[in-house]
Ligand binder design. Structure first.
Ligand code: TRP
Length: 331
């Protein structure tokens, strides 16, 4: 009964890619038996850049459907929408008062996003990592599965938690990053030295979870490789082929050695076809379930409402403790 707690979330921007699936969702599914898992849609974080309100709403529902279609069982996991649990923003305000401008100024994502959205460097973008800290600390999460781009935010979360604990006594658990067993950092198909990103401008660079079989075949066919024409794992000098091997390896549960043997003497054409077919086969049931779920948005909302209730109970306990510690009068 003493399961460790996991919390993670994805922003409701754009469609998810194969990288999100193999790097995150697929691992979340594996953790649902062993841990007490909280998975949210980080819709409040999405507001730090400008979105079309209708699109945001749609993307939020779609993301919930994708969580479930990927295999997250709503009975076993707490699936919810961040904005449905006010404790996140309430705790975030308090944590803001224990976070220094200098710390936030050092965040590389803030610097990146400020240069990308130079016309909208809002204070939400600046305090984004504090809301993320609140997401995590409100549940006393032991483990947080995050991509490399979020590691710095998790470090900051630990610093804020330690600072608070040393001022007021043991309040927050210090969360650890959860690093997955398989190194599933999926890179772009056109630019295999950069992460496959849902915000990539080049549609050929990413496989969307909603791509049709033909689109998937076309994208793998055009994926950048090298001129050696030999299926061999070497991230440094063969980033394209190595990335395709990683994708194939995760889906087929094979090691890089096994894949090298399997495709010995075969060219990239045959290998790319095999990768594409493996991806299509894996995504087909997911897509069917996804489409089915989206036909019934009321059911999706019911799942989220139930999740939010459960999340709220836990988060409110932590919030109350924090209120008390800092001297707020609790009614
Ligand atoms: N910032 C994360 C991202 O863009 C999303 C996120 C928000 C998150 N809150 C979180 C991830 C809490 C882990 C834990 O990827």
């Amino acid at each position: 009964m003493n399961k460790k707690t996991i919390l993670s979330g994805i922003q409701a921007t754009g469609s998810l890619t194969l990288g999100n699936y193999l790097g995150a969702l697929n691992n979340w599914v594996e953790m649902q038996e062993e841990y007490d898992c909280y998975y949210m849609i980080a819709d409040l974080h999405t507001l730090t850049i400008r979105n079309n309100p209708e699109t945001l709403k749609e993307n939020t529902l779609k993301l919930i459907a994708l969580y479930i279609a990927s295999g997250l069982n709503p009975e076993k996991n707490t699936i919810f929408i961040q904005s449905h649990v006010p404790a996140h923003t309430q705790l975030s305000w308090i944590l803001n008062c224990y976070t220094y401008m200098g710390e936030l100024n050092r965040m590389t994502q803030f610097k990146d996003k400020s240069s990308k959205h130079a016309d909208n460097i809002n204070s939400g973008l600046f305090t984004y990592p504090v809301l993320m800290a609140a997401d995590i600390l409100a549940y006393n999460a032991d483990l947080v599965p995050v991509g490399d781009d979020q590691k710095q935010h998790l470090e900051l979360t630990r610093d804020i938690a330690e600072r608070f604990n040393s001022l007021y006594g043991e309040t927050f658990k210090i969360p650890e990053p959860y690093t997955k067993k398989v190194g599933a950092r999926i890179m772009g198909l056109q630019n295999p030295t950069a992460k496959m990103s849902k915000s990539s401008q080049d549609p050929m660079d990413k496989i969307l979870l909603t791509d049709s079989p033909d689109e998937i075949r076309k994208k793998f066919k055009k994926a950048v490789t090298d001129s050696e024409n030999c299926v061999r794992f070497d991230r440094e000098s063969k980033p394209g082929v190595s990335n395709l091997m990683s994708i194939y390896g995760i889906i087929k549960n094979k090691t890089m050695d096994e894949i090298e043997k399997q495709f010995e003497g075969q060219g990239y054409g045959a290998f790319k076809t095999a990768v594409a077919e493996a991806v299509i086969e894996r995504l087909e049931p997911l897509q069917n379930k996804y489409n089915e779920l989206l036909e019934n948005p009321d059911k999706l909302m019911a799942i989220c409402n139930k999740g939010a209730k459960k999340a709220e109970e836990k988060a409110n306990r932590v919030l109350k403790d924090v209120y008390k510690k800092v001297g707020l009068v609790i009614e």
